[in-house]
Design a protein around this ligand. Structure first.
Ligand code: T4K
Length: 370
């Protein structure tokens, strides 16, 4: 039997992608904001209900350059329960992460703990809509307004999610999306920053920063990087967008099947659907409580691996525990995040995962004895 990985990239029919390549061969225009780049930008703006959007070579550079474009200095309140990228993007901008704990319902930043971390050095909040769960955007907005802080969401997992009918891209000063191959929507590698167009010069700055800070042929006015999305990536995005609704629908069936098996089982905790949120079924995290079950997350991880089923411990360890940061932080300061990282496992989830495989995975989990 073929191994089951935590996810599997969605791909359009090969002929569809090949057809898209023909104009690239004819024009020999491969990168640097070509026609597909511009078309994808238009379509994504509409799809994400964003007022402004810039494309990038990947999600990480999108976040890193969004922070750079905001000209921030000092401390940034963020979550350690995330992928390496979030914390690295802050540190690589010369900023200091200050880690806020998460809540134990949906594992996003605990908004009630933010104000206690604000100092005179705080300049911004970088929350993460982790697994596709929306942060408490209303409360975060209130706090940011009160203290004059920028809010840059890591929305890597929330492509197409809406809250009270509003695109998730419209919250905060900016939101970063990842279009990596493992995401609900992908451009092989890729990313975007969505933002409100009224912020002074942000549009021009973001555009410049992904192209070496070049304004025009003779003016270079910022220390930029090279983070442009190329035409092959944009073509993949245009193809994938056509199939997205169907892919999300298939994912929803996989999630419903997992829930049928695992909901309400003592010692096994699932994230309950969020109120007023249209989800995208990005990840399926399960928290195993060893004190109830007599066995823990690592036992399930190993057992499934024996059956060629490869789950992932997203997000273990916390970023504050990484070797490059651990001398500066104590993970015990974020106890909910620490406990969750030790207990959580993300189960396989992708559009073409067979429901019979979901049944098998759940039977293995429910039949496990320590
Ligand atoms: N912020 C957050 C909260 C994020 O989660 C991420 C990325 C970012 C920022 C940064 O965005 P990007 O710069 O990546 O756009 C994967 C992804 O590489 C990464 O994008 C993602 N988060 C993270 C959560 O997961 P790994 O190291 O776990 O990937 P890997 O190579 O082990 O792949 C996982 C599984 O996916 C494989 O077992 C099989 C499947 N797969 C993988 C690849 C590469 C495919 O089916 N096709 C593929 O091409 O990081």
């Amino acid at each position: 039997e073929t191994p089951i990985m935590v996810t599997r990239s969605s791909l359009p029919p090969l002929e569809e992608y090949v057809e898209m390549l023909k104009p690239i061969w004819e024009s020999a225009w491969l990168t640097n904001m070509g026609e597909y780049h511009e078309e994808l930008k238009r379509q994504l703006k509409r799809f994400l209900k964003a007022t402004e959007l810039e494309l990038f070579v990947n999600g990480h550079m999108a976040l890193e350059l969004a922070l750079q474009a905001m000209n921030l200095q000092g401390e940034v309140i963020t979550t350690p329960f995330t992928f390496a990228s979030t914390t690295h993007a802050i540190v690589r901008n010369g900023l200091t992460p200050v880690f806020c704990d998460i809540n134990d319902r949906d594992y996003t930043m605990d908004a009630e703990k933010i104000e206690g971390l604000i100092t005179e050095k705080t300049c911004a909040i970088v929350p993460v809509h982790v697994y596709g769960n929306i942060c408490d955007v209303d409360r975060i907005h209130e706090i940011a307004q009160k203290h004059g802080l920028k809010v840059i969401y890591d929305a890597a997992h929330t492509f197409g999610v809406t809250y009270k009918g509003r695109g998730v891209a419209t919250f905060g000063d900016a939101s970063m999306f990842s279009f990596h191959a493992t995401k609900v929507f992908h451009t092989i590698e890729g990313g975007a920053v969505c933002f409100n167009g009224e912020q002074n010069g942000l549009k021009e700055d973001l555009y410049g920063l992904k192209n070496f800070g070049i304004r025009n042929e003779v003016v270079v006015d910022a220390v930029g990087a090279n983070s442009k999305m190329n035409e092959f990536q944009a073509a993949m995005g245009l193809c994938n967008l056509r199939h997205l609704d169907g892919e999300i629908e298939k994912r929803s069936r996989v999630v419903a099947r997992y829930r049928e098996h695992l909901n309400g089982v003592p010692g096994i905790k699932l994230v309950q659907p969020q109120k007023d949120v249209k989800p995208n079924y990005a990840y399926f995290p399960v928290v195993f409580d060893e004190t109830v079950l007599g066995y823990g997350r690592d036992d399930i991880y190993e057992m499934l691996k024996q059956h060629d089923i490869f789950t992932r411990k997203y997000f273990y360890p916390l970023t504050s525990e990484f070797q490059c940061y651990s001398d500066r932080y104590d993970a015990k300061d974020t106890p909910v995040a620490l406990e969750t990282s030790k207990r959580v496992l993300t189960l396989p989830l992708y559009a073409d995962l067979d429901l019979s495989d979901v049944d098998r995975i759940c039977e293995l989990i429910l039949g496990y004895r320590a």
